[in-house]
Ligand binder design. Structure first.
Ligand SMILES: Cc1ncc(COP(=O)(O)O)c(C=O)c1O
Length: 404
């Protein structure tokens, strides 16, 4: 439906760019907020957002299909976006899927909530990693799940410990209703699950008849090494649902993600959704942008976030190398997990860390059944590499001075 006014509309949209600016608002959006190092929440880098590209994509999309974008959409999500996400799995992982294998969701937290809603009733046992993503913990708690955290080791979730827990639950006549895990660049702890463990976990879940929710929010942001097949790709029995998101590879504000699941499960998840399809308008904008830019944009983000990770690690190492603290070295994602040196006076650290201006999240936020007092999580995603280095040194100094 191109019209003579299209060019004028396009110009108007481009002028919006100047109003948006490049940096976006400060975290929390509060004017006059004390400047500090935003290492707390995993916010994507605002300098990496493709402002111009999205403006252009919006204009192109409106000219091509504006009326369709502004009405109710397909309950499974805009087919153009599902085709694009299917193509992404082919290009990035060699995984052949089609648009019919995907449900578009309002960010992966929404999809996680749909899956939990489908499988978990109040009081049902659920196994998750300890530590695990705090957002999912909140959702599981809201659904009344009985949480069974299985401690991670350096390689992630140990299948033998999961089997032990499943056996104990079976002995009580209480089957586990869901196994939730993050095989890639775990948030917060960092490890990536080796291939053998992926296979073993699938075998254990199959044996105990437990559905798996595989959260892959950061899978595309791999800084080094080869991608491993996902649990979904290895699954031959239709027990794995995998969640993905555009939050980390485009912008969390688009609120779009996907569930990749066995075809018989998708209508069940979809039935927990309110009608109208998720964001038909935004789905089209991002599709028009990513059709031309996906690979190149993600490749740029990998460079951006790798530099930030390295800068933060350098800042921490420079100060803490001669302590017995442990600093994770994730091969991708947004986070560093730090075990505080023994003898750290945590009250003193809280005071000195506040003076340093560096935020962090206490380890206790990530544990389903208590624990984590000796840990903190740092996000390197938001600040520039220079500020990651400077802020990490400042925080590491606070930690060092807090050792008794
Ligand atoms: C591991 C993990 N899963 C899921 C999410 C949810 O992201 P979104 O709802 O923006 O897709 C996050 C966000 O930080 C995350 O870290």
């Amino acid at each position: 439906m191109a019209t003579p006014t299209t060019a004028a509309r396009f110009e108007d949209l481009l002028s919006v760019r100047a109003a948006i600016g490049r940096g976006g608002p400060a975290p929390g959006g509060q004017a006059g907020r004390k400047p500090g190092y935003e290492f707390g929440s995993g916010r994507p880098d605002p300098a990496s957002f493709p402002y111009d590209g999205l403006v252009v994509a919006t204009a192109r999309m409106m000219a091509a299909e504006g009326a369709d974008a502004l009405t109710y959409g397909d309950p499974q999500g805009y087919v153009g976006l599902r085709e694009l996400i299917a193509r992404k799995h082919g290009r990035f992982e060699g995984l052949a899927i089609g648009p019919e294998d995907l449900l578009i969701i309002n960010g992966s937290s929404h999809g996680i909530s749909l899956v939990i809603g489908a499988f978990v009733d109040p009081g049902d046992p659920v196994i998750c990693e300890a530590p695990t993503f705090s957002g999912t913990l909140n959702t599981l708690r809201r659904h009344g799940a009985e949480l069974h955290g299985v401690p991670l080791d350096a390689e992630g979730l140990p299948p033998a410990a999961v089997r032990e827990r499943l056996e104990a639950l079976r002995a009580q006549g209480r089957p586990c209703k869901l196994l939730y895990l993050m095989p890639n660049f775990h948030n917060p702890a960092g490890p990536t699950l080796p291939l053998a463990r992926r296979r073993e976990l699938l075998a254990v879940a199959r044996e105990y008849n437990v559905p798996i929710l595989e959260d892959d929010a950061y899978g595309e942001l791999r800084f080094e090494g080869e991608a491993l097949p996902s649990l979904y790709a290895l699954d031959e029995d239709g027990i794995v649902t995998r969640s993905g998101t555009l939050s980390k590879i485009l912008g969390a504000g688009v609120r779009l993600g996907w569930l990749l699941a066995p075809r018989d499960l998708l209508p069940i998840f979809q039935s927990f959704n309110f009608g109208g399809g998720v964001s038909p308008f935004t789905s089209r904008v991002v599709t028009y942008y990513l059709r031309d830019h996906l690979e190149e944009h993600v490749a740029r983000l990998v460079e951006v976030y790798r530099a930030k990770r390295d800068a933060m690690l350098a800042g921490l190492d420079e100060v803490l190398a001669d302590t017995d603290g442990e600093i994770s070295r994730p091969a991708g994602g947004f986070f560093i997990w730090l075990r505080l040196p023994s003898g750290t006076d945590r009250a003193k650290l809280a005071r000195l860390a506040a003076e340093s201006g560096a935020g962090s999240v206490p380890g206790t936020s990530f544990f389903p059944n208590g624990g984590g007092e000796g840990y903190i999580r740092l996000a390197f995603s938001y600040e520039s590499p220079e500020r990651c280095h400077e802020g990490a040194r400042a925080l590491a100094g606070a930690i060092y001075r807090s050792i008794d």
